[in-house]
Ligand binder design. Structure first.
Ligand code: FMN
Length: 229
């Protein structure tokens, strides 16, 4: 099994510590990790070329392709981020913006439908719920059918990895959630909601307003009844 962690901060603090507790539960897996913004620091310029003309027209195409290739290879995708002003970090948001063309409504990658997602987030006081919601929505619309989450309110700011004293307190709940993720990885299922949205967006592709999208759906055979799952 291959796990890709997309870490929304280079700060080795609470989020890093919690994520490492999770990764410890998956010993024996192959690990890959993208740290933001170190490994991808572009901000979407809003040209919409990726959606309207094809992703190779994005001004940051080479860097995005490199990330997407790594995403495609993973069975489990972990999005980990501290809460910054009520949301994910700007590094995480900047990367997700570059994946808009892969949303089900446009040109989803077939491999996304057989992955499991996990959102890990830590906030000083509040914002876990909103951040989880945002990231879950992103993974869902990228096609990932099953997404778990683990959010912690740390009541701490600026702490470092070594200081994170709550590790022992949360170990058991991390283990429980990791076990659910492992189960989902063994028994991958595509739920009603994903099937519903795939069908709905498929209907809009039949009289598609965006030729690049509808050509892709045609090419994948999805307009002739084939499914990505
Ligand atoms: C720029 C910045 C903005 C933050 N905004 C929030 C916030 O909106 N809500 C909150 O509860 N905590 C906020 N915090 C606190 C962090 O979410 C919290 O300390 C988190 O656990 C830090 O994770 P880290 O140790 O992995 O960097 C903020 C921290 C920073 C540095």
């Amino acid at each position: 099994m291959r796990i890709l962690t997309i870490m929304g901060t280079p700060h080795k603090g609470n989020t890093r510590a919690i994520t490492d507790l999770f990764l410890d539960e998956f010993k024996g897996s192959e690990f890959d990790e993208i740290v933001l913004p170190n490994d991808f620091s572009n901000i979407c310029l809003g040209c919409a070329n990726c959606i309207l003309k094809g992703e190779n027209n994005c001004p940051h195409y080479d860097e995005v392709k490199c990330i997407v290739d790594r995403i495609k290879k993973a069975d489990l995708i972990i999005l980990a981020t501290p809460v910054f002003v009520g949301s994910c970090t700007s590094g995480m948001k900047a990367l997700l913006d570059h994946l808009a063309y892969m949303w089900i409504v446009h040109r989803p990658k077939q491999s996304m439908f057989s992955k499991v997602g996990l959102i890990i987030t830590s906030a000083g006081g509040s914002g876990v719920k909103a951040t989880v919601k945002l990231l879950k929505q992103n993974l869902f619309y990228l096609g990932v059918p099953k997404v778990y989450n683990y959010g912690v309110t740390t009541m701490k700011m600026g702490g470092n990895y070594v200081d994170y004293k709550d590790k022992d307190k949360i170990k058991n709940s991390v283990k429980k959630q990791a076990n659910k993720v492992k189960k989902a990885l063994k028994n991958k299922k595509v739920g009603f909601k994903t099937k519903f949205f795939f069908k709905l967006f498929g209907m809009t592709q039949k009289n598609g307003w965006n030729k690049v999208d509808s050509d892709y759906w045609k090419e994948m055979g999805w307009l002739d009844g084939k499914k990505p799952y």
